[in-house]
Design a protein around this ligand. Structure first.
Ligand code: ASP
Length: 364
């Protein structure tokens, strides 16, 4: 079964949105979204971010073997956490402005409505595993910084260097480029080093503060709903900065009988709207996963960052946010503020990358 595309009328039709639409950027009201919904499967369904293709394969195998859905999701994202080539998550993530890799992660179990989270955790390649231990081994939800590190040490996680040679060079180039008013000799805009060059080509020479994360939500064959989100957060962030990813309700939310959702993108925008919880609440109201994601994105577009520096000349957000969602019936969807995003779905039939629905067309 596929979800129908969300029409402009549907998108703007609820009582809550009619008033809000009055101050929407004009072109938002003029655009229809693009459908992106994955078919519902009879068995398990997982949905993850575009960087989660390999993670989806691992999680899918675990689900086929009948493993616990949260174990499967964590095993999936561990692949990306341990991959030094993904500079947005785990080992080899881009460090903070002082060159220290600080990681954020959370898990939520919709069966028990329990969750565990860590933020600004250093020295652990797989923070999602530590988040799970917070859920399983404590009566608390969220540990941060030095406390999270001590908790990880107590559970046998060694204090490892998460900065790779590649990310050390990228960080140093960024630092040298910052200013000619300090003691660091200003580096050329383009780097000679091939690793740094590749990074600049992928993420932009102007350092527009790219980010990245992996989220995975799973609906098991029994209908249980769980989620995990893990990230190294904003590139070159202020030490201690935490985005949406490890915050329950913002970076993920899972509730049996309703759905599971998670996010990637500009964490501050999503923190300010409790995005993933909002998506699940819209599911509870009867929206399809795609409608729920798009409506939560509209909330972000309307309500957050009403300051000029976050808006383009047409009043549209300069940043992007993505939601990923699976509902209790096993329907999955991905949607983003801006066109061009992708997401990954896995079920008994395999894994596939799909175009996310969107609110704003790039280059329009
Ligand atoms: N949401 C993450 C954060 O703000 C980063 C991202 O997903 O791009 O830390």
């Amino acid at each position: 079964m596929t979800n129908p595309p969300l029409s402009r009328r549907q998108l703007l039709g609820s009582a809550a949105l009619v008033g809000a639409a009055a101050f929407l950027p004009a072109d938002l009201a003029a655009q229809d979204s693009v459908p992106s919904t994955a078919p519902a499967g009879d068995g398990f369904v997982l949905v993850t971010s575009a960087n989660g293709l390999e993670a989806a394969k691992v999680a899918r195998q675990a689900l086929i073997q009948g493993k616990d859905p949260l174990d499967a999701a964590i095993a999936g994202v561990n692949v990306v956490e341990l991959d030094p080539d993904d500079v947005t998550v785990g080992y080899g993530g881009i460090p903070n402005e002082e060159g220290v890799v600080e990681l954020d992660a959370a898990v939520m179990d919709g069966r028990t409505m329990r969750a565990g989270a860590v933020a600004a955790l250093t020295g652990v390649k797989t923070p999602s595993k530590v988040a799970r231990l917070v859920m399983d081994q404590t009566d608390r939800v969220f540990l941060v910084g030095a406390g999270a590190r001590r908790f990880a040490t107590a559970h046998g996680f060694p204090d490892e260097n998460l900065l790779t040679e590649k990310t050390r060079k990228i960080w140093l180039h960024w630092k040298n480029r910052l200013s000619d008013l300090d003691d660091w000799i200003e580096a050329a805009r383009d780097a000679d080093d091939p690793d740094v060059k590749r990074f600049l080509e992928k993420y932009g020479r102007e350092y527009f503060r790219p980010q990245g994360t992996i989220h995975m939500s799973v609906r098991s064959a029994k209908g249980d709903l769980v989620g995990v989100t893990t990230t190294s957060g904003l590139f070159f962030k202020i030490p201690g900065r935490v985005g949406d990813s490890p915050v329950i309700g913002a970076g993920l939310y899972s509730e049996n009988g309703v759905g599971s959702a998670g996010s990637t993108g500009r964490g501050e925008a999503n923190l300010l709207t409790c995005g993933s919880h909002t998506v699940v609440e819209y599911l509870r109201d009867g929206l399809t996963p795609e409608e729920a994601c798009l409506r939560a994105l509209k909330r972000i577009a309307e309500k957050t960052h009403l300051v000029p520096r976050h808006r383009d000349e047409k009043g549209r957000p300069k940043f992007n946010v993505n939601f990923y969602c699976v509902d209790a019936a096993g329907r999955a969807a991905g949607a983003a503020l801006w066109s061009g995003s992708k997401y990954v779905v896995g079920d008994a039939g395999g894994v596939r990358t799909l175009e996310s629905a969107w609110l704003y067309r790039r280059d329009a």
